[in-house]
Write a protein that binds this ligand. Sequence first.
Ligand SMILES: [Zn+2]
Ligand SMILES: [Zn+2]
Length: 297
Amino acid sequence: MSDGNGAASRGGGAAGLRAATGAALDTVHRGFRGAVAGVLRLLFPSAAGCPLCGRDDPDLGPGLPCRACRAFVVAAWEPEAFGGRPVPRCPVCGRALDRPGVHGVRAEGATSAWGVAGTSFPICSDCRDARPPFVAARGAAPYEGPIRAAIRRLKYSGESYLAPVLADFMAPVLAKEGWLVADALVPVPLHPRKAVRRGYNQAELLARELGRRYALPVLPAALTRTRETPPQARQGRHERLVSMTGAFAAAPAACAGKTLVLIDDVFTTGSTAASAAQALLTAGAKRVFVLTAAAGN
Ligand SMILES: [Zn+2]
Ligand SMILES: [Zn+2]
């Protein structure tokens, strides 16, 4: 997902140099804080509390999220586990069918999430109006509360130890959806300038964690970002779809004939995932699934 951190220092002369130095020092500082936090967690995992919220939980295993954070994810994603009513979701984008401004619609004769033609099932009106190129997208947790905070710390504070914590939520989804049939995992790339600034690509960290657990190849070079995209926060759905079109290019040698799972940190409108998936398909991929650590409703 593109983020709001696009204020690169482009000024010339002394002011530009000052800004560039400031940005570099800021990166080093953030990276240092994140590294220190990571080392402390490695040395004293239970003393550091829940990696997501910091709360102490006597039952906590080392480095594991507390019961409250786990319950938060389950309550939002599977309310039936707590006796609540299940949330009907769009089988394509995975978002709630009854979210504001969107209605579940029956797609007559559409192709099912598994590529079975002729089945009829309800999909959301966004997906009906502009069917995404990926087969299906799933977020492992809601992009809210401690999960949202953890993703922001992973992206902006250098706290890379949060990648395995978030991957813990993603791994069961990969298995449950039947996507272990995939040939490889492809992380959504950052623009190279942003990757240098951040020191790592959070999507690649997540993909590597999942790849290790399921012995699936990770192909970070399969997809490249062809241009820096504007921050999406203030754009509407249509503007986002337009601004992301053609933002990625994929390598045919890595994609041809393959079933791929695109991995990213967050899925909101799905414009980033749609654009990246389209690039993979154009490069010859057979089909693309999308798995993110979190998703908006
Ligand atoms: Zn917690
Ligand atoms: Zn949908």
